[in-house]
Design a protein. Structure first.
Lengths: 196, 176
């Protein structure tokens, strides 16, 4: 699927640029994209290094495992393939909490730590996503943010009478998305298992 | 409620940074050494995401700069307006899963043009806040552990994005 999406964006983009007579934007756009990607990755070095250190401390102190134990009823349902009280669970919960609170800078590194833990449990080849990874990403991409700060800021900037009035509708829409993410994940997991 | 959540967000990380090292110390963990040991792989983890993010962002950048995104949105709009999806929000809907920055830019434009308290302005605000940049998250997270085969993760992610879009439209029509 990702192959098709990727190819479609490349081919369709270049063809449209050619047809509309501005083929020269293609090379610049490609290099700009690469530039942004490398900058993003490099800027991650600092926050990932920092949070990996903190998380290692939390693990050594037994906090991650305690957190994993606390949410076991929910995670046992969502991630049946991950052993109970595995550090992956602690990292997943911390990632989701950070997402909910809108702490993007902490959410990403914790998510990456969760992925590393899940990769240790991956029974497929090391380049293929495991069931638990697919579930985690489905929940993560559909995750609720209680206060969408950025967009509230923009609403204030353009003179909204009630900038936070969209919080309720946002939470409702995310909950619907999250529900479908979990259901779709379950359904597809079953389908893929039968195919393999 | 809003104020409470804001306060929690402000305090969450400082409190964690206070509690975690203290508790580790009480449990006789060598705190400095353990931090350094954990942080060791930070560099390689971040660097590993470069090829994945480059592949994805190059394609997104071409797709956007070439005008292909607007063209696709204009093709889709007659079809989607039949089921009640306003044409003004389509560029945002197409861009939201692909690029966080681009989607935010489009949302800002829409809010500027239509006003933050118009129906379209409220709708696009809801859409921006309620979903994430699915492809960016997938590429980054899978990339950091070297996963190239995403299996069904793209399909479930897009199913969620589409649901969020429809739910945003329905709830905004009901509420505003």
């Amino acid at each position: 699927m990702v192959n098709y999406v990727w190819l479609f964006m490349m081919v369709f983009g270049i063809l449209v640029a050619g047809a509309q007579g501005n083929i020269e934007v293609v090379t610049k756009a490609a290099l700009d994209g690469a530039q942004v990607a490398v900058k993003t990755s490099l800027s991650l070095i600092a926050i990932i290094t920092f949070w990996l250190g903190i998380m290692k401390l939390a693990e050594a102190a037994g906090l991650v495992q305690a957190l994993a134990k606390l949410v076991r009823p929910v995670t046992a349902f969502l991630f049946p393939s991950v052993p109970k009280e595995h550090p992956a669970m602690g990292a997943i919960v911390m990632n989701l909490s950070a997402n909910i609170l809108g702490l993007g800078n902490a959410a990403t590194p914790m998510g990456l730590i969760a992925m590393q833990e899940l990769q240790k449990l991956n029974k497929h080849q090391s380049d293929t996503a495991s069931d638990a990874m697919c579930t985690f990403l489905a929940i993560n991409t559909g995750c609720i943010t209680l206060i969408p700060t950025t967009i509230i800021g923009i609403r204030v900037l353009y003179g909204s009478q009630n900038p936070t009035e969209i919080v309720g509708t946002t939470v409702f829409a995310t909950c619907c998305g999250m529900l479908v993410a979990v259901l779709a994940d379950r359904l597809l997991r079953g389908l893929y298992r039968n195919r393999w | 409620m809003y104020e409470l959540i804001n306060q929690i967000s402000r305090w969450a990380i400082p409190v964690m940074l206070l509690v975690i090292p203290l508790l580790a110390f009480i449990r006789k963990v060598p705190v400095f050494e353990t931090f350094v040991e954990g942080a060791e792989t930070g560099f390689s983890t971040a660097i590993k995401t470069i090829p994945f993010l480059t592949a994805m962002l190059v394609a997104v950048s071409i797709f956007r700069a070439s005008g292909a995104m607007e063209l696709l949105a204009s093709w889709l709009s007659p079809v989607l307006s039949v089921i009640g999806i306003p044409a003004d929000i389509l560029p945002h809907a197409v861009m939201r899963p692909l690029s966080g920055g681009a989607a935010l830019g489009i949302a800002t434009e829409v809010i500027k043009t239509h006003g933050p308290d118009s129906f379209i302005g409220r709708l696009v605000s809801t859409m921006q806040g309620s979903s994430d940049t699915t492809f960016y998250v997938l590429t980054l997270y899978f990339g950091s552990v070297g996963i190239r085969k995403y299996r069904y993760a793209v399909v479930s992610g897009l199913a969620a994005d589409f649901t969020t879009l429809i739910a945003s439209i329905i709830i905004c029509k009901l509420m505003f």
